[in-house]
Ligand binder design. Structure first.
Ligand code: PLP
Length: 389
C-alpha cells in the first residue's frame, strides 16, 4: 500500500490495508478466469464456480455455519439485513431492535412501518444501565413479535451486546434473531460471534479485511424461505418467473462479484491464522491503553465500550470547546489523523449518548494499529486543549 503519510483511524468504515493476498487473488481472478460462476457450463465458468465453493467452505469454517450451503454471498451487510427484514416481517408483525441499530436496519424497518409493522426500540444504555440489557430486551417480546434484530457491536462506541444470552432466550421463546455483525466480525472470536443465531449478517470489508462490495448472510436453520432484495437471474429454473428462492443460489441474483469472492477467500485464510488473531489481540490491548489515558483529558468527552469484558476498538469523542467537524479537520490537517465525523448512520445511539445532532469524531483501530500509532493519536488529542487552540 502506498504510504499516504496519514494515520488511518477509520477502520470501522473500512479496513486499510486489506488482508495479505486479497488484492493478488482478486487480480488473479480477472487475469486467469474472468468468467461468471453458477451460470455457464464451460470450463472457465467451472473454475469460477470452484472459487465460489471454496469461499462458501472457508466462510462456513470461519463462522461455524451449519454447512457451506447456508452461506449466501451478498453485496454487503446492508443487503444481508434487508433480505431478512423484508422477507420475514409482514403486516401486523412486531420487531424488536436495540438503540445500537445502524441505518441498514432502521431504514428498511421505517419503510415497512408504513405497511403496518411495529418497531420497538430497546435502549442499550451506558454504564450500570447496560448490565440488565438482555433482561429488558427479551421482556418485551409478545405474541406479535416475529423478529429480533441485534447489532452485535456498536459502530459508534464499540459496545458489544450479550448476543449469546439473548439468542438462547429468544430461541426458548420461539423468536428468530437476526444478528448484525458488521462491526464484530474479525474482532470477536468465532464462539462469541454466535453462529447459533437464526440469521447472521455481516460485511467482509471491515474487520475481516476483505474486498469492498461483498457481504454474507448466514442462515442458521433449514427449510427457511427468504426472498432476494433484487429479483433476477440466478442460473436456476430459468423458465419460471416466480422461482422459489433456494438458499443460497436463489438469493444471489444477477452476476456475482466473483473477483471479490476470490479476494474474500484470502481474507478468510488470513483471519483464521494465528498471526491475525494475535494482531487483533494486540490492537485491542493498545485500544484499552488509550481508553485509560483518554479519560485523563479534561477537554475531551469520551464515549467508549460499555463493558470492558468484550469490545471492539471503536471510541467516539467530542471536544468540549469546538464543534466535531472542526475537531476532525484539525486532526487531519495538523496531525494527519484520519477519523470519521458525524452520526455514523446510528442516530439512536447518539440520542442515547446525548451526542445528537452533531455526533462525534470516531476513532477506530485496525488489526495493525501499534502502540506507536496509539501514542500519535493520544499526543495529538492531548495537544488539542483549550490553551493551544
Ligand atoms: C453496525 C453496522 N451495520 C451495518 C453496516 C452496513 O455495512 P455495509 O456498508 O458493509 O453494507 C455498517 C457499516 O458501517 C455497520 O457499522
Amino acid at each position: 500500500l502506498i504510504d499516504t503519510g496519514f494515520h488511518y483511524f477509520d477502520h470501522a468504515t473500512t479496513s486499510r490495508p486489506k488482508a495479505p493476498g486479497v488484492i493478488d487473488a482478486t487480480m488473479a481472478f480477472y487475469q486467469n478466469i474472468c468468467a461468471s460462476p453458477s451460470r455457464t457450463g464451460h470450463q472457465l465458468g467451472t473454475s469460477a464456480n470452484k472459487i465460489l465453493i471454496q469461499a462458501r467452505e472457508i466462510a462456513c469454517e470461519y463462522f461455524g455455519a451449519r454447512s457451506p450451503n447456508h452461506i449466501v454471498f451478498t453485496g454487503g451487510a446492508t443487503e444481508s439485513l434487508n433480505i431478512v427484514i423484508r422477507s420475514v416481517l409482514k403486516k401486523g408483525h412486531e420487531v424488536v431492535i436495540s438503540s445500537l441499530a445502524h441505518n441498514a436496519v432502521i431504514r428498511p424497518l421505517a419503510r415497512l412501518e408504513e405497511s403496518g409493522i411495529t418497531v420497538r426500540v430497546i435502549s442499550v444504555g451506558i454504564g450500570a444501565n447496560f448490565s440488565n440489557f438482555a433482561e429488558r430486551f427479551v421482556e418485551c417480546f409478545n405474541t406479535r413479535t416475529t423478529l429480533a434484530v441485534l447489532t452485535q457491536a456498536s459502530n459508534v462506541d464499540g459496545t458489544v451486546l450479550p448476543i449469546a444470552e439473548i439468542t438462547a432466550r429468544a430461541k426458548e421463546m420461539g423468536i428468530p434473531v437476526l444478528v448484525d455483525a458488521a462491526q464484530s466480525s474479525g474482532w470477536l472470536s468465532r464462539e462469541d460471534l454466535c453462529g447459533e443465531a437464526d440469521y447472521f449478517a455481516t460485511s467482509l470489508h471491515k474487520g475481516l479485511r476483505g474486498p469492498f462490495g461483498l457481504g454474507i448472510l448466514i442462515v442458521g436453520r433449514d427449510n427457511i424461505i427468504l426472498d432476494p432484495v433484487i429479483d433476477g437471474g440466478s442460473g436456476l429454473e430459468s423458465s419460471n418467473s416466480r422461482p422459489q428462492s433456494v438458499i443460497p443460489n436463489g438469493l444471489e441474483t444477477g452476476t456475482m462479484n466473483a473477483a471479490a469472492i476470490a479476494g474474500a477467500v484470502s481474507a478468510f485464510e488470513h483471519a483464521i491464522s494465528k498471526e491475525a488473531q494475535e494482531a487483533a489481540q494486540e490492537s485491542i490491548f493498545n485500544f484499552q491503553q488509550i481508553m485509560d489515558r483518554l479519560v485523563t483529558l479534561d477537554h475531551i468527552r469520551v464515549f467508549g465500550p460499555s463493558s470492558q469484558d468484550k469490545m471492539v476498538p471503536i471510541v467516539s469523542l467530542q471536544h468540549k470547546h469546538m464543534d466535531t467537524k472542526t475537531f476532525s479537520q484539525i486532526l487531519e490537517k495538523k496531525y494527519g489523523i484520519l477519523t470519521r465525523v458525524g452520526l455514523h448512520c446510528a442516530p439512536l445511539r447518539h440520542q442515547e449518548l446525548g451526542t445528537s445532532p452533531e455526533g462525534t469524531v470516531r476513532i477506530s483501530f485496525g488489526h495493525h494499529t501499534t502502540a506507536k500509532d496509539t501514542s500519535i493519536v493520544f499526543n495529538a488529542l492531548q495537544n488539542l486543549n483549550k490553551e493551544v487552540l
